[in-house]
Write a protein that binds this ligand. Sequence first.
Ligand SMILES: [Zn+2]
Length: 285
Amino acid sequence: MIIKFREQPASFAGYESLLRRLPSGHPKIPFVLESLTQTRAGFGGECRLDELLEFFCPPYPYVMLQGVSLPEKCQIDTMIVTQSCVILLEVKNISGLTRYTQQPSGFHKVLPSGEVRGMKSPLVQVENAKFKVERLLKRLDAPLPIFTAIVVAYPSQLVEGAPAGANIWRAEEALVRLTTMPLPPVKISADEMVRLSERLAALDSEFVPFPLAPRFQVSTKELLTGVFCPYCEMHKMKRLARSWICRMCERSIKGLDERILDEWFMLVGPTITTKECLDFLNSRI
Ligand SMILES: [Zn+2]
């Protein structure tokens, strides 16, 4: 049973809005683009695992939560609560060759040029998540053991140097691994398992990295103002009494004021003055 389904990250819309509002040639465009690409790849990998687990029907009762953000910035790609343990899956979608090193624990992406780039180690990431979930389960009076695995989303991803004993699965094998893995003895009833899962789902609150402009050291003054047509993406909207009209495709659209306020909140901050709003809309009353 799935009680929390995966949703597209809110940061998608934020990165897209920032890219639209940076003037062409702005030095921060490549960084924003990289963040958007990484978020898209991560979400794509997670959705692939969801598809492969569509027919998940293990011999034990379970509750699945897809994409949960628990307290202490603890983000879990897929969480499976059973009567005997909690399973945490961390999905990785990093194209090309990656390599684990030990002492100190490291994770590197090897670029086609041979250049090696250090990244956050998924093993350290799942260990941290395990530690936080362990603490949370204790607080919820459900100290179940925790099992973790890293799931490699696509067969084209090459992984080298995985430490012995690390659970690193291909997404294609996740279904069989999860179905056949021996679970520890049952500790809670099926009702308690459902109640615990519901409490965990209630704690879920998506981490959103807004406002984005300061995160990329972009000042408000650098952002392009005005309203973009959602159809032709051209920056040529004209305000009418109750709507906006596109000078390019001539569509008339309502509700753009709300949309532009959302953009402001995603990019600049949670408050806006009337003057800031009019400047951002590029509109004078
Ligand atoms: Zn248009």
